[in-house]
Design a protein around this ligand. Sequence first.
Ligand code: APR
Length: 312
Amino acid sequence: MAKKKIGLIGAGNIGGELANLALTKQLGDVVLFDIPAKEKFAKGKALDLEQATALSGSDGKATGTSNWADVAGADVLIVTAGIPRKPGQSRDDLVATNLPIIRDVADNMKKHCPDAFVIVISNPLDAMVYELKRRTGAKREKVVGMAGVLDSARFALFLARALDASIKDVRAMVLGGHGDDMVPVLSACTINGVPVRELLAKDKLDAIIARTRKGGGEIVELMGTSAYYAPASSAIAMAEAYLLDQKRLLPGAAYLDGEYGYKDLYMGVPIVIGAGGVEKILEVKLSDEEKEMLKKSADSVQKVVDVVKKST
Ligand code: APR
């Protein structure tokens, strides 16, 4: 079987770590794409990463380019094109800058890799993935947004630390938009089946939820730019599920067509990722409180999507 081709659109901080993980995990050959002004940078990064394979023993090749023709035929595209947050900015503040970038990516993607499974990371996530799907006309199975895996990972880590538990045993699920209104589904959060609500007092749990909601912002304040290791790991888990037909149940931003009562909107819900892309959207039972939180989150996403729709 021929090696798979993974196109990374944006060769910045997340792009570099995506490439590193894809090569180390031997998922395929990697193409790091960036704008012409960053082509030499992308080529240099690719060369550095490829030299590292001499030590990891991975057979994957890495190339850097600013020519979309080099990305043609990619099996998976992971999109990080755009600018990241600076301290004091919300994800929604990025819409004016990142919208034209996503449109440029969508037009090229449609032309050069119409069959790719696409994972969008660029922020504001739910609106950017919506626009990419709208503009390309791709099927909803083929276009997904990465946020829920990351938000759930952050929640899981904070739970593990508070409980002095192994991270291996924590199951956490965060749904909704990738913003401050994200929805932690406590009924689905357990330490290997034991509900966290039985293990942690409400005030402690509330503090962890608040920290999770601001999890990205905490890192932006510390580093002056947004996170990249955990976002890259999260997207690679989704890419791997597709490439290896793992049928993983992961939270991800999927196009809703009536599920959970929402239509024509991308938002974080539990999905199954396998060789068919987003093979299923699971409608899990939510409590009234969780439904209300999801509504608030959907309203926030809708506001940004409306801004995007108006500027077409
Ligand atoms: N096509 C391809 N790449 C582009 C384009 C474009 N039209 N426009 C910008 N880029 C590139 C930039 O040149 C830069 O190298 O996208 C890259 C983004 O890299 P970083 O600035 O290092 O940002 P990163 O931390 O990787 O985050 C990227 O993901 O999590 C989100 O909020 C974050 O929207 C941001 C994105």
